[in-house]
Design a protein around this ligand. Structure first.
Ligand SMILES: [Zn+2]
Length: 214
């Protein structure tokens, strides 16, 4: 199951959610490394559901499969991007693989300076994909905080997260060592060094016993 990854290498959030033109939404503006145009990558393997060229070249990408949210939930995810200057290479139904560059920063739709505006929504694409919120701004349906949707990986470079705490995908491998061995059952007990998500590689017919001693 894929973990949705922050869609730009450099994290430099210049406008947070519920601020200014993001009032009443969970949209953020990310301005990448500098003032030039940075790439935007697919956070998950998804399919383009809508392209709206009359405003800021908004593009909606819906995950092909259920993804794993950093808050522990599992569901489809839809994300809307804005401000790419040219989306003529995209079409509804196009499948984009996780981590592939398919969008760019830009200024389309009255943006001051190159950046990408994006907003995550929980679940599949619904209705028109967005709605006018109570503050009068167009907001994705079922919007959710970016730090509750997107993970960081080893390649992300943080300049400014705007105070948001993103969860990092851990890539370290920990060998399960027999800390306590019960001779009758031959149990090997792994004691988690910290609170995190752990992946376990199992061989056929191996039994996994999860127990908490606290
Ligand atoms: Zn914005």
């Amino acid at each position: 199951m894929e973990k949705p990854i922050f869609p730009m290498e450099y994290i430099r959030i210049t406008q947070g959610y519920n601020e200014g033109t993001h009032m009443g939404s969970y949209a953020i503006d990310n301005a990448g490394k500098d003032t030039s145009i940075s790439d935007v990558k697919a956070p998950f393997t998804g399919v383009i559901k809508k392209i709206y060229q009359n405003d800021a070249n908004e593009v909606w990408l819906e995950s092909k499969e259920i993804v794993e949210y950093p808050d522990g939930t599992k569901d489809y995810m839809t994300i809307m991007f804005a401000h790419d200057n040219d989306v003529n290479d995209l079409f509804v139904g196009k499948v984009i693989k996780q981590n592939d560059t398919f969008y760019h920063e830009g200024t389309k739709g009255n943006a001051t300076g190159n950046h990408c505006h994006f907003e995550c929504g929980k679940g599949k694409f619904t209705d028109n994909g967005w709605h006018k919120n109570n503050s009068g701004y167009w907001s994705i349906n079922n919007g959710k905080k970016p730090e509750d949707c997107l993970w960081l990986n080893d390649k992300n470079i943080i300049i400014d997260t705007h105070g948001y705490k993103f969860k990092k995908i851990s890539t370290e491998t920990v060998e399960i060592k027999p800390v306590v061995t019960d001779n009758k059952k031959n149990e090997k007990i792994f004691i988690a060094p910290k609170t995190d998500l752990y992946g376990v590689y199992l061989k056929e017919k191996q039994e996994l016993v999860i127990k908490s001693t606290k």
